[in-house]
Design a protein. Structure first.
Length: 595
């Protein structure tokens, strides 16, 4: 099955029946069909750019690891000399020299190991910060549609792939290289002990490599399935926590629990499948190396009895053999893990390869002067919009001019395009054609970052953030203008609300504004918007949760502020204070009133 969400997968008839809806589509490419480029996964070399200085740290890590492994090569000689020299000659002085010498090697190895471990910690954390920060910065600059089209759990799961990539790169690269070098070095040393023994060990390692490769595809498929099912379970969990009140009031907590349980069971089942493959491989691996040990010991014992090698050489060879098999197994495992890393990179590429929102930066140097209290003019010229993949225009050839300081209200039936038009004005959606101009300059020339410094919004789905009331009003500003805070509190009729809170402005509010009423939250959101001293204020049903007396006071306060105001509203109180009233529908904009 070629699944756009999960890639190519193999399903049993029973698994297929669970997904089959009974509907089949026949898709035939049209004449103008253009094959899209397949999204390429993130490449490791792309990540170096996100972590400057990492390469130097990896070279240091590699050097320390190499020294540590070279010291480890000397340890089998200790037992060989003890067996072949000390015990045969009863040389106590040589025993003392060997003990002191290898004690020094042990001490030096321990110090190098500590230094290497500390460097791994530093390297891992440095890379985690660089990669995580870079990916999150890119994620936060993606278009609004990216977040609308994906579950929260799926985005979080893809972002978590940063940790898997970080773990592999920070130590995996150097360990892979060191394992390869050490395996070759140990193999050469083993050849001096006996070709027959060496090739026997080498043959078993080749069999191990083949088996590991045969298990790769099932393990990758099982791992990918586990990530997908866990992301779905996490999405249901997060959504359940966020909508607890709704679930409780509709008596849907048990149904929601069952829904999460089904998703969680799917996640556990995919984990069981993955564990089954790992257990099978471990069993085959244990059997293979058990047979190898038996055969090598038998052959080596025959060589000792034939006086081809000494007993000390047998002990040393067994030690080198264990080191060699460990290094080769580790090398193969690292190669497989790097291969598996492609899955995480493919998942992460959904974030990193999605282009950031266009027109964030200015196309040319423009001076944006902000004169508080003057407002900004906004012009829409022949704006047409339809969603990608749809031929139906939601907006078509919309022309609108709003003078600086004007107050405009948009009203109309639900689904008529009011919020869509507002999002186009805000730069959240890019019009299919047409221009949006701020003070006569196209906002794509100004750059959306600079443009948004001139505007503020209160949208229907805006929420408070975890912090104090003051944090939310100032949007966590470092330098707080106390006088401005008091002004917006008065304008939004928040004096009584704040006075009733135990710690006033320092009272903590949870995520989404827990323990505050809908009207109180709207007033804080409005205060947050006004605190920014915008030239244009966009309001989408910003007073819908207010009682009539408070709404009247706030609408009057807004009317007294000499900035441009664009409302989406249906209440007559708001419409009556507007200088322009347009009704929007599928037929376009219609001027209803002008004062």
């Amino acid at each position: 099955i070629n699944d756009p969400a999960g890639g190519t997968s193999q399903l049993t008839p029973i698994q297929l029946s669970k997904h089959f809806t009974g509907i089949a589509l026949t898709l035939i490419p049209s004449i103008d069909f253009v094959r899209d480029n397949v999204t390429q996964p993130v490449r490791i070399r792309d990540l170096w750019q996100r972590a400057p200085g990492l390469m130097g740290a990896l070279w240091q890590l590699g050097a320390l690891s190499l020294v540590l492994q070279l010291l480890a090569l000397t340890t089998p000689y200790y037992m060989q000399w003890i067996m072949d020299e000390v015990l045969l000659t009863y040389d106590v002085q040589l025993l003392l020299v060997l003990a002191i010498g290898f004690s020094g090697v042990l001490l030096f190895s321990t110090l190098i190991g500590m230094l290497r471990s500390w460097l791994v910690v530093r390297c891992t954390n440095f890379l985690a910060l660089s990669l995580g920060s870079g990916v999150l910065r890119h994620l936060l600059r993606l278009p609004h549609d990216f977040f609308v089209q994906r579950h929260l759990g799926d985005i979080a799961s893809r972002f978590d792939s940063v940790h898997a990539i970080n773990e592999r790169i920070s130590s995996g690269i150097t360990e892979t290289a060191i394992d390869g070098v050490m395996a070759l070095s140990i193999l050469i040393v083993m050849c001096f002990y006996g070709w027959e023994l060496t090739f026997t060990v080498l043959g078993f390692m080749c069999v191990y490599g083949i088996l590991r490769w045969l298990f790769y595809q099932p393990l990758q498929t099982a791992t990918h399935a586990q990530l997908e099912t866990k992301a779905k379970a996490d999405s249901v969990f997060l959504e359940s926590v966020r909508t607890n009140q709704t679930l409780t009031l509709f008596n849907q907590t048990d149904a929601r629990h069952q829904q999460w349980q089904h998703k969680y069971v799917d996640s556990l089942n995919t984990g069981i499948v993955l564990s089954r493959w790992n257990i099978s491989f471990d069993a085959v691996n244990k059997l293979l190396f058990g047979i190898e040990n038996i055969i090598v010991i038998v052959l080596a014992t025959h060589m000792v009895m034939a006086q081809t090698i000494t007993l000390g050489m047998l002990i040393a060879f067994i030690a080198y053999k264990n080191m060699f098999t460990g290094r080769i197994a580790s090398l193969i495992e690292h190669v497989i893990l790097f291969k598996m890393l492609g899955m995480h990179m493919q998942r992460l590429s959904d974030i990193t390869h999605t282009p950031i929102q266009p027109h964030l930066e200015a196309k040319r140097a423009l001076v944006m002067t902000q004169q508080t209290g003057t407002g900004g003019a906004l012009t829409l010229e022949n704006v047409t919009f339809h969603y990608p993949g749809s031929s139906l225009n939601i907006l078509e050839n919309v022309n609108l001019h709003i003078n600086a300081g004007d107050s405009l209200v948009l009203s109309g039936p639900s689904g008529g395009g009011k919020t869509t038009l507002l999002k186009i004005m805000l730069g959240l959606l890019t019009p299919t054609s047409g221009q949006i101009k701020y003070n006569g300059v196209d906002i794509t020339d100004i750059g959306l970052i600079a443009y948004r410094k001139q505007i503020s919004t209160v949208m229907q789905d805006d929420v408070l953030l975890a912090g104090t009331v003051l944090d939310n009003i100032t949007f966590f500003a470092e330098n707080i203008d106390t006088e401005r805070v008091q002004n917006v509190i008065k304008q939004c009729q928040l004096q009584t609300v704040i006075a009733q809170l135990a710690m006033g402005l320092q009272s903590l509010v949870g995520e989404l504004g827990a323990q505050l009423s809908g009207g109180q939250i709207q007033r804080i959101l409005l205060a947050r918007a006004l605190y920014q001293q915008p030239q244009i204020l966009f309001l989408d049903e910003a007073t819908s949760a207010l009682d009539q007396p408070n709404e009247a006071l706030i609408v009057q306060s807004l009317a007294d502020i000499s900035i441009t105001k664009i409302h989406i509203a249906h209440r007559q109180e708001t419409i009556a204070h507007a200088q322009l009233h347009y009704e929007i529908s599928m037929n376009g904009l219609h001027l209803m009133n002008k004062t």
